[in-house]
Design a protein around this ligand. Structure first.
Ligand code: ZN
Length: 160
């Protein structure tokens, strides 16, 4: 079976940056399951996996354009510390959801001073080249329900 649109695919992967540092990996845990053609993974990786078979191993370098996008500096903002609850513990790297008008945005705290907190709405991997080492573990046809929902059900997927 080859990977085509509307198939459910399990991959093992290791993601490294250009310095070779591991950013994310499925090693030591379950493979990543996704629905092919449903934009469940970054576009560059989905494109490279198209047509591959179980057992195929690939190493791909993906530019920001095909990954998490370029960084957008306007998504980085300093806000006054007293906009936060006094009791709220604030730490670097902490993420939370804010309402940005149209769609909710996940922001990360990147700097804290006595007076201000700087949050960044860019994806942590925006602007980075992503180097994936991927092995295709399993391929199966998606069920009608999975296609309707646009995601994988069962082991490795949504359970609802
Ligand atoms: Zn579902």
């Amino acid at each position: 079976m080859r990977i085509t649109k509307d198939q459910v695919v399990a991959i093992d992967y290791t993601l490294t940056d250009d310095q070779g540092q591991v950013l994310d990996t499925s090693e030591g845990s379950e493979p990543l399951w996704y629905l092919h053609g449903a934009k469940g993974i970054i576009p560059g990786l989905e494109r490279e996996l198209d047509g591959k078979q179980t057992g195929d191993h690939l190493e791909v370098a993906i530019t920001p354009k095909d990954g998490y996008g370029e960084r957008n500096d306007s998504l980085r903002q300093s806000v006054s510390r007293d906009q936060f609850d006094d009791n709220q513990e604030l730490e670097l790297g902490m993420q939370f959801r804010v309402d940005s008008g149209n769609e909710p945005l996940i922001v990360t705290i990147v700097e804290i001073t006595d007076d201000t907190v700087t949050v960044d709405g860019n994806h942590p991997l925006a602007g980075m080249n992503l180097n994936f080492d991927v092995t295709v573990r399993e391929i199966r046809a998606a069920t009608a329900e999975e296609l309707e929902h646009g995601h994988v059900h069962g082991p490795g997927g949504h359970s609802h």
